[in-house]
Write a protein that binds this ligand. Structure first.
Ligand SMILES: Cc1cc2nc3c(=O)[nH]c(=O)nc-3n(C[C@H](O)[C@H](O)[C@H](O)COP(=O)(O)OP(=O)(O)OC[C@H]3O[C@@H](n4cnc5c(N)ncnc54)[C@H](O)[C@@H]3O)c2cc1C
Length: 353
């Protein structure tokens, strides 16, 4: 069976490694000659990362003890779910090398057109396939071929050189002065990834507010799909995975954890793609509750966020009970927002944001 994967980002390579485990050696077609990463804050849930059939530990820049959620006026609560911040470009190159060593093939080319039985590359070459996997990111050509449309949030990020020796949490800021979704600071070894959904002038304000002093060594921008899993994830001989299938958790913006889970479902159903679509859509990370929670989050004013922060201040996610959320729902400003947000947060924290 000739399996061709368009895109050698996390979705393409992790799926490729999973298929090799099943005895199938796919061809991955990637347009970036250096296999570098697209814009990413590089955070990943530690438990999910451990499920990939590849040792990611040499590519971890920092181990993370948990996440702190900040609200206006400095209120915060935290979670102790463990994470990592990766050196994502090195990680992708490491996976690509291992993929080839285990029998996979990578071709450096841009796919310019998709047809029922073949794809066309930038140099005019035609490549036929038995199964085509679209892992070509948020503006996926393969997804467009299937007729999908998706909504994306534009996000920007600086990599700032600074001392991170005493930083071991991922920080998320819910504050409308900076972003209509949220802003983040993820520590790596010797630098932080500071970013937000928004533009660079908003990011400058955020970095000033944080008081981070250090040299900006990279400016990045990218798109995060937030409309929930694509309408068509598979049709005929074609399947989608990752941002191409809009699999990102819309509430957290995290795309790596959904890819890790979906790649396992895809490899198990490679000879029955409709089943892959059914199974992946049943996954809690594809739940419409997450889109609902994201839509609500983006409507909250700073006054509401501050109230929410006041109620959860100093607590941890792990010690919170459903009855706490019910109690918060009685708050005149927050009815019934806490339930919708709480449900989204519970799914996110269960699977890893
Ligand atoms: C600023 C920002 C921060 C983020 N931070 C995090 C985070 O901390 N944690 C997290 O889990 N998620 C994060 N995300 C989301 C995460 O980066 C994505 O969900 C993830 O990269 C999706 O992987 P993918 O392989 O599906 O797509 P991509 O990473 O976009 O990879 C697609 C690949 O396909 C290639 N390609 C595209 N078109 C073609 C073509 N026509 N021919 C050949 N090759 C092609 C591209 O070059 C690329 O290498 C962030 C996103 C952004 C924008």
């Amino acid at each position: 069976m000739k399996v061709v994967v368009v895109g050698g980002g996390p979705a393409g390579l992790i799926t490729g490694l999973r298929l090799i485990e099943k005895g199938i050696s796919p061809l991955v077609i990637e347009r970036r000659g250096d296999m570098s990463s697209t814009a990413c804050a590089e955070g990943c849930d530690a438990a999910s990362l451990g499920e990939i059939p590849f040792d990611s530990s040499p590519y971890v820049s920092k181990y993370i003890e948990g996440t702190r959620f900040f609200f206006p006026k400095g209120y915060s609560f935290s979670s102790s779910r463990k994470g990592v911040v990766l050196d994502r470009s090195r990680w992708l190159r490491g996976m690509a090398k291992e993929f080839v060593e285990r029998g996979g093939e990578i071709k450096n080319a841009r796919v310019t057109a998709v047809y029922e039985n073949e794809i066309v590359l930038g140099n005019g070459e035609r490549v036929n396939y038995d199964i085509l996997i679209g892992a070509d990111g948020p503006f996926s050509l393969v997804s467009k071929y299937l007729g999908n449309k998706q909504e994306v949030l534009l996000a920007v990020q600086y990599k700032i050189e600074c001392d991170t020796s005493d930083m071991n949490l991922m920080e998320l800021y819910f504050d409308r002065r900076f972003s209509s979704h949220y802003s983040w600071v993820f520590p790596k070894s010797g630098m932080v990834n500071a970013g937000l959904a928004g533009d660079f002038s908003q990011l400058d304000d955020f970095v000033d507010f944080l008081g981070i002093e250090g040299k900006i060594i990279k400016k990045e921008a990218g798109a995060i799909p937030v409309s929930g899993i694509a309408n068509k994830v598979a049709e005929g001989k074609i399947a989608l995975i990752g941002d191409a299938a809009s699999m990102t958790n819309p509430l957290s913006g995290g795309g790596l954890t959904p890819i890790i889970h979906a790649s396992s479902i895809l490899a198990a159903n490679i000879d029955n793609l409709k089943n892959y679509e059914r199974e992946v859509k049943k996954h809690q990370l594809a739940s419409p509750a997450l889109v609902k929670a994201k839509n609500l989050l983006m409507k909250l004013t700073n006054r509401e966020l501050e109230e929410m922060g006041r109620m959860v201040d100093g607590r941890t996610f792990e010690e919170m009970r459903f009855s706490d959320i019910l109690g918060m729902m009685r708050h005149p400003l927050l009815i019934p927002k806490m339930f919708t947000l709480g449900r989204g947060l519970v799914i996110t924290m269960k699977w890893g944001w």
